[in-house]
Write a protein that binds this ligand. Structure first.
Ligand SMILES: [Zn+2]
Ligand SMILES: [Zn+2]
Length: 450
């Protein structure tokens, strides 16, 4: 007998925290930050939750004695992380350091890289890892990484991670076997991405496992825009070709597929690709991963932009050792020869770069939400207005399209289907209502007993 409790990720996109309990073994599937519900109370960076007690009090963290920092005797055996988007791991900082975090090797690298270069978030006692000029890298959490093909036991559970394609590297779905049931968790995935074969492999293995339960994402029930990464490249390349001035592209900083697409579109148009120093640091730490086909920051086609400031932090030093960075004035002098990757947070610096006439802004991320909580679409449009840059929208989603999800569910054919990570669970249920699986809509904090 297994109990499944849903904390977050129900009726909202992201913030998954799914507790599985079987014969004395307890694990969480993801332990994500819930941006939507957090924003009801908080306004980052002016008011942020500084301690786990703050989030406990407003019901954003599960009430479980022992789970959090400085508590004794953790009540769970492990947390499995599906992928490195903040809405899946962002609240792990509050957990007791003794609780092991299982994740793909790519996820571990991306989480640590994020920690080293972020400097925001709750107070220092909650750091997952830290990097200083004197001590180098320090990791405080018990990360245990796996690769596809690994199968491992946690108490009474057998866990089989299988890679899936998503808008960030290192994403996995899980097949979990208890002595009496088989449970499949999709995490976030898509079937139209460059590595669709990985998601297909997951679907095949999940179907073979003949699961009792499938916990499925359902992000794209509204506003699904069918488009592939190849189409993004073609469209972006054409826009760059038609533009005489500066081209600014904005996309999720850790979407490596999009980063590669923008790099290739720049080269096709004989322009250099200017990335931020944070993106350069990320590429540097993923460099030795053989599964990622990504350009090197020392490549002649790449320039690194850094805001003017006096002192470099420890992680910036690592990049500065390898590349020369450009400031706004230097980019201004070559603005018709580059494509600049910039986010909302770089808009002040654009004043110095001074886009001028015949310059455009390409927004290459969802208009609706971002799994890293970094969309400021309306404000971005105000800046485009100010700088006189028309705004193009060119994007391919990180999430599976509705019809493809239906086919996947039919193929996997679980006895019980539970949608999470969707704003429209009712729509999901009606859309799938003719398939043989029994569809259960969980409520927040509710326990489903198998
Ligand atoms: Zn997500
Ligand atoms: Zn995701």
């Amino acid at each position: 007998m297994t109990d499944i409790t849903f904390y977050g990720g129900v009726g909202v996109i992201g913030g998954n925290k799914i507790l599985l309990e079987n014969q004395g073994t307890s694990i969480f599937l993801d332990f994500g930050k819930n941006f939507g519900r957090e924003k009801v109370y908080y306004d980052d960076p002016y008011l942020t939750p500084r301690k786990h007690e703050h989030l406990l009090d407003i019901g954003l963290l599960p009430e479980m004695p022992g789970l959090y920092k400085n508590d004794k005797e953790p009540p769970v055996d492990a947390v499995l992380l599906s992928h490195p988007h903040l809405d899946h791991w962002g609240y792990t900082c509050f957990l007791d350091n003794d609780i092991p975090l299982y994740c793909g090797e790519g996820t571990r690298k991306m989480i640590l890289n994020y920690e080293y270069s972020s400097g925001t978030g709750p107070s220092k006692e909650y750091y997952l890892a830290n990097m200083t000029k004197s001590d180098g890298y320090q990791v405080y959490k018990d990360f245990r990484s796996f690769r596809t093909g690994d199968v491992f036991d946690i108490g009474s559970l057998e866990v089989e991670p299988v890679h899936v394609d998503h808008s960030i590297p290192g994403a996995y779905g899980f097949i979990i076997r208890t002595p009496s049931e088989t449970i499949v968790y999709t995490g976030d995935f898509r079937l139209h991405g460059p590595e669709a074969h990985m998601s297909e492999e997951f679907i095949d293995k999940a179907a073979e496992a003949e699961p009792d339960v499938m916990i499925s994402e359902g992000t794209n029930m509204v506003g699904a825009t069918p488009s592939s990464e190849r189409e993004v490249k073609e469209k972006t390349s054409a826009i760059i070709g038609d533009t005489g001035g500066l081209v600014v592209v904005s996309f999720s900083a850790r979407d490596i597929d999009r980063l590669r697409t923008m790099y290739e579109s720049s080269i096709e148009n004989d322009r250099k690709f200017v990335i931020s120093i944070k993106q350069a640091f990320l590429l540097q730490s993923l460099r030795d991963d053989p599964s990622l086909d990504i350009f090197d920051i020392r490549d002649d086609h790449v320039l690194v932009f850094r805001k003017e400031k006096d002192r470099a932090s420890a992680w910036e030093d690592r990049v500065l050792r390898e590349v020369d960075v450009k400031n706004g004035r230097e980019i201004n002098e070559i603005k018709d020869e580059v494509v600049l990757a910039a986010s909302y947070y770089d808009m002040n610096e654009l004043m110095e770069i001074d886009p001028g006439s015949d310059s455009v802004f390409i927004s290459s991320q969802s208009e609706f939400f971002d799994e890293e909580g970094e969309i400021r679409h309306e404000k971005l449009l105000n800046w485009c207005d100010h700088y006189g840059m028309p705004q193009y929208q060119v994007h391919a989603s990180g999430h599976v399209m509705p019809a493809q999800l239906r086919s996947a569910v039919k193929e996997i054919d679980p006895s019980i289907l539970i949608p999470v990570h969707t704003e429209k669970p009712g729509l999901y249920k009606k859309y799938m209502s003719d398939i043989p699986s029994e569809i259960q809509l969980p409520s927040l904090d509710e326990k489903i007993e198998l």
